[in-house]
Design a protein around this ligand. Sequence first.
Ligand code: IPT
Length: 955
Amino acid sequence: MELPHHEDVSPGTGSLPPRAWYAASDAATLCLNGRWRFRLSPAADTEDETFAADGYDDGARDGWGEIAVPGHWVLQGHGAPHYTNQLYPFPVDPPRVPTENPTGDHLHTFELPADWPRDGEAVLRFDGVESCAGVWLNGTELGDFKGSRLPHEFAVGALLRSGRNVLAVRVHQWSAGSYLEDQDQWWLPGIFRDVTLLHRPEGCARDFFVHAGYDHRTGAGTLRVDSDVQGRVTVPELGVDVPTGEPVTLPVEPWTAETPRLYDATLATPGERIPLRVGFRTVALRDGRITVNGRPILFRGVNRHEFHPETGRALDPETMRADVLLMKRHHINAVRTSHYPPHPAFLDLCDELGLWVIDECDLETHGFTAVGWRGNPVDDDRWTPALLDRAARMVERDKNHASVVLWSLGNECGTGSGLSAMAEWIRARDDSRLLHYEGDRSCKDTDVYSRMYADHADVERIGRGEDDGPPERAQLPFILCEYAHAMGNGPGGLSEYQRLFETYDRLQGGFVWEWIDHGIAHPAYGFAYGGDFGERPHDGNFVCDGLLFPDRTPSPGLVEYKKVIEPVRIDGDGPDGTVGITNLHDFADLSHLALTWSFEEDGTTVADGVLAVGPVGPGERAEVKLPPPPRRDPDAETQWTVRAVLAEDTAWAARGHEAAWAQLPVERGMMLPMPGGAVPVRDTDGRRITLGAATFDARTGALRTFHGREIRELRLDVWRAPTDNDNGMPWRPEPTLATRWRALGLDRMLHRVDAVETSAEGLTVRTRVAPAASDLALRTEYLWASNGIELLLRMTVTPEGDWPVPLPRIGIRFGLPGAGDRVRWFGGGPGEAYPDTAAASRIGVWESDIAALQTPYVRPQENGARADVRWAEVGGVRVASDDHPALTARRWTTEQLDAARHRTDLVAGDTVWVSLDAARHGIGSGSCGPGVLPPYELRATGTTSFACVFSPATG
Ligand code: IPT
């Protein structure tokens, strides 16, 4: 049986060979984006193609609506999106796909502008269609193609009419190509990138290749532009005017991601003038290192999927620019275009603003793991033409971008001869870049040893060159193409990875997984994730694992990453007043930065100034001296804050943008006085105990009121609403941390009161807090004392038995009914911080309202804790502690947070629930990768003591 086009292994028929993409030339173009007529059928009826016939579109027809192109029909009210991570949502029977195959027929009518040239040829370009397309113009079939995130062009000149033209496009959701596109993301069919008609004048180049290298020994760049049609290349700024094919060498400023120097140039052929932006740079593997312009580079990268919460993978130019600006402002210097070539305009932005790019081919066959990799297309010669077609479409389209430094064959395809064929083709076509592929540990086709989610110990071994494996691999540089899974709260452990990257030369950095949460804007849920459209199978909120929330608000993970990868390291000795400035750039000196200092007493700045530092080249360190400390209050906690900020506006941030900072403690300050003296008094009816301004329930020992304000359920609490990282990798057989917590019953601990004792010192309440069905327990004692105004709580928690799991936290929680919204605290801020995600938390006096304290993870979970709190004021109560607890304040309980599935499930109540934690378990990145590192585990061994003092709020 002959298979229909969409089900055969071929890349397609009828399209033109791929060529370089460029934004605009002087040749005419006609943008065909806009409102198109659209009809969705539940199945692929390959017999009936009448909609494409000439004349079909002349009148009104039933069953047709309208759709925006570029766009995905499932995001425009036709059908629904479907999310799977690795699994194919259809039977694995390559290259066949189900007959139930949503099929979108598109019709677009357009007229050529009056001045459309009569000479030459015209091509019709599709920049991206998922998953395949059959194309007709004015009733004539042009061909068909697969390769969703790759460009396809057809010659159409002879078919164009001076009046009305009708373009017909049939798109199937599923095709043989879908087997090659099993990326972890929503399945979003449609014509999702631009459709353009381009005039190809007589004498224009079919294609051209800009070669622009840089010799760091001589400081000279060499430019040669190859073109199939003779022309001239001019670079006015450099006085260059040479024929195509002829190299020219002259002194230039090189391009790097840190210093993205581009030269405007023109390629003029008899038929067309094409503006070029030339960046001179040479990428090479030298002594086992990825080098650019002779120097090893360190990737501070992210994996970027194209995503917008309303338009899916149809991205407008503003969103693309916003992504690059946000990356630059957070010190990110590299992007892996996971897992397909991005919209071509994105690479222009990377050239212009400066990002290293690993350009990845549109290829992933991950779902074959479910069948033991049987039938994997990358190891089946019948598919090799399709693979080579994909490689060529990526390389040819993107070859002229200075930012692209590595080509990647694809993601998670296992191993196979098809990948080797791709590698061979790419090397022959472009030897000016290195090759990446993670999925083959032999590294036989690649220039880098790349892994994903390797834990710190593994990475350290690799850094030391102590990993086993093929001897050739030991010579290769190492990168983590994915690490630090940014799902929900986290990732933890970033600082520790960065330390490794900076310690071992072989480690050239990594790419956080991933840039943005793929939550789809949803009227009832806020943002939807897998399963929310009723689809099966699905992988839930695993699709929300980015450093940005779906609306592109930075999550605390991005703020943490920014701090961890800051390009200048500031350290020093506060009491001594010395500061070390280390320049961690690979190319740039620090002349673009200004250094400032401020001196703080109890978190408030009392003096500030600028810090002069001489030239510090890349990799160099300088020491500077701070002025004498301008100390005023001898009891205050004091510190220096040293900052490096942009001295001038740049293309990506304004003057004053913070590049690095550090706080250097000077004096710890006075310890809190511990109030005492008040004697507890029992009420005559024996129900109540009064201690200073506090009252307690005489039977349970529970605090009831303080200065007349009601306080609810103040007691030990160990539970947190599990984070995505606590929930671990659901597909792994071993129980996750959260599963073990719940199995033990940490989410429903039972409190038994053993004694409520009064003495001259105060009130002592002895309790035993324990999970059901277990003999494990936490003996918990509360000692209350007062001086009449202030109230001291000393709590001790002593575990009984051998606790098999770390505890989520050890702290108190209490409710403040009717509390107002304002919260002030002296401690870590402004954002949330957990033991292993606290790099960006700085000590100061902060203020927020309750709502703004919450971090809106798409799937609600533990969030929003502020670390190292010295004092906090909320609901009229001030709590101070020398133990520097972590603080949360929410208008819902932990139990409600735990039960919520979407943001919209959380409904603010009248009571503010406050928690103060003496100790907390870290976050880790166990949702896909290593769990919490040992120093950040909260093991239930030994006694935990915690003291805090309550007083009426002052502010
Ligand atoms: C890895 C994938 O490459 C990536 O697309 C994404 O799915 C990520 O995991 C998790 O979010 S593959 C995984 C099996 C390590």
